[in-house]
Each structure stands twice: as structure tokens, then as C-alpha cells.
Design a protein around this ligand. Structure first.
Ligand code: NAD
Ligand code: ZN
Length: 239
């Protein structure tokens, strides 16, 4: 596989990951061909309106997603990004749209989970946060120990503001390489990050199973599975 780049420890490097990087770990992507997320229409389970209309069903969905995490592990693409962070330490930023926590399990420390995490929830009334492992799933709608408000998964739903946006803006302005892995480029605001980084002078690289919709702004595109391509590419970039 051909790449034009060599990275140096002092280079600022950013990766943006999406559901595709976890596909080889056995977690389904969001927009599999049927446009459903694990058999649910996304608006049924990923919006504040859905939660207020039917909190039991929304909880059941995220409970299943959370329980699935016990059965999955990071794959070689996650581990390749850990290698990247070992190489350039705090000059490497990992922004993820994923909520599965597999990057941290692979050993990455500097991870910005812009859409939240399946491993946490918080009280919709007093905002106190809880680890999902503390939650008694016998309750159909788990309640807050402090104020008995309804807990909700710590997931950024459609119409809500993603986390870490100020930090992300600064990162995009300063990155020398911007690497996009396994994301459809459909969900905003992450879909805009590539053109922002490009605007500020970054080289843009993408790895995906399908040809991207935004190919004009890419400097390099690698077609195929992240678990196969990313370890080879990173090896070439850092040696
Ligand atoms: P998406 O499902 O919309 O797109 C997945 C992309 O990954 C597609 O472009 C597909 O071609 C590509 N892909 C699939 N398998 C791949 C592989 N093996 N190697 C490389 N590329 C591969 O995902 P998105 O853009 O991340 O948007 C999904 C939203 O849903 C996110 O906001 C996320 O929070 C949520 N979500 C998260 C998870 C997770 O945490 N693992 C899973 C499903 C959905
Ligand atoms: Zn509370």
C-alpha cells in the first residue's frame, strides 16, 4: 500500500473515528444498508423526544448496547492508534464519535468522546453521573440515588450539543495531519471537521470500506478494512 507521508514526533496528528473502526470488533455500524441501528430507526432511540415519549424502550435499547460491550474487544485498528499515541504522545489527538470505549481499552489516553459513552449515564434532573456498571437493570427506567429523577444514558442524541467542541476546534486549527477512519461523514458536526482541518492547512487522509462523499478534499484515500489497512499505514508513517 502506498502512502506519501512520514510523521515526526513533533507533528500534530489527529484521528477522527466512527462506527466503522469498531465493525471488526463485532459492533454494528449505524448506517448498515438498511439504515437501522440494531433494528431500530435512529429517531426512535437517539433523540430527547424519543426518551421523553418512551424512556423504557430507549433504556432497553442502550442497556442491550451496553451489555454487548462485555463481549467485544478492541481490534487491530484500535491498537494501531494506541501505537500512534505512543509515538507522538500529546501531539496525537483522538476524536471519536463512538460510544463503545474500545479506544481506551486499547490503551489510548487522549480520547475525546464527542458523542458520550455507553459506559456512563446521568440524572436528567440533577445531572449527577453514574457508571453504567453501578446501575440495577432490574429497574425499567433507572432512578437517581440522590433525587429519584430518571437516569438517562450519557449519549449525545440528535439535536444535542456534542461534547468537547471548544477543544476540538483548537485541535482542528493546529493539526498537520487529519486522519478519518470508518465514518460515513453524514452525522454533523463531525462531518465538517475534515474541511475545517483542511482549511487550516492539514493534510487529509481517509480510510473506509466505501468511497467517501467528500473525496475532493482528501489528499490520500485508502479503500478497505481499517483493521487491515491502519496497522500497515501507521507502521509506514512512523518508521
Ligand atoms: P456510520 O455507521 O454512519 O458509518 C460507518 C462507516 O464506517 C461507513 O462509512 C462504512 O463504510 C465504514 N466502515 C464499515 N466497516 C468498516 C471497516 N471495517 N473499516 C473501515 N471503514 C468501515 O458511523 P458514524 O459516521 O460513526 O456515525 C454513527 C453514529 O452512531 C455516531 O454518532 C456514533 O455515536 C453512533 N454509533 C456508535 C457505535 C460505536 O460506538 N461503536 C456504533 C454504531 C453507532
Ligand atoms: Zn438526580
Amino acid at each position: 500500500m502506498k502512502t506519501n507521508y512520514k510523521f515526526h514526533k513533533e507533528d500534530k496528528i489527529t484521528a477522527l473515528t466512527g462506527a466503522g473502526i469498531s465493525a471488526e470488533s463485532g459492533i454494528k455500524t449505524f448506517r448498515d444498508r438498511d439504515g437501522l441501528w440494531e433494528n431500530h430507526r435512529i429517531e426512535e432511540v437517539a433523540s430527547p423526544v424519543a426518551f421523553s415519549k418512551n424512556p423504557e424502550m430507549v433504556w432497553e435499547f442502550y442497556k442491550q448496547r451496553y451489555l454487548q460491550l462485555a463481549k467485544v474487544s478492541p481490534n487491530s485498528a484500535h491498537f494501531a492508534l494506541k501505537k500512534m499515541e505512543d509515538f507522538c504522545s500529546s501531539n496525537f489527538n483522538l476524536i471519536t464519535q463512538n460510544v463503545d470505549g474500545l479506544h481506551q481499552i486499547a490503551g489510548n489516553i487522549n480520547v475525546l468522546e464527542m458523542h458520550g459513552s455507553l459506559r456512563q449515564c446521568f440524572c436528567s434532573k440533577c445531572l449527577h453521573s453514574f457508571e453504567m456498571k453501578e446501575i440495577d437493570f432490574e429497574q425499567k427506567i433507572p432512578k437517581c440515588d440522590h433525587c429519584s429523577g430518571n437516569l438517562r444514558p450519557n449519549i449525545v442524541w440528535f439535536g444535542e450539543m456534542p461534547y468537547e467542541m471548544e477543544k476540538i476546534d483548537k485541535i482542528l486549527e493546529n493539526t498537520k495531519y487529519f486522519i478519518v477512519i470508518g465514518t460515513s461523514g453524514i452525522v454533523y458536526p463531525a462531518a465538517r471537521f475534515l474541511s475545517i482541518a483542511k482549511y487550516f492547512g492539514a493534510k487529509a487522509i481517509e480510510i473506509n470500506l466505501e468511497y467517501p462523499i467528500n473525496s475532493v478534499v482528501l489528499d490520500e484515500f485508502h479503500l478497505g478494512k481499517a483493521g487491515i489497512l491502519l496497522p500497515e499505514l501507521i507502521e509506514k508513517w512512523i518508521t
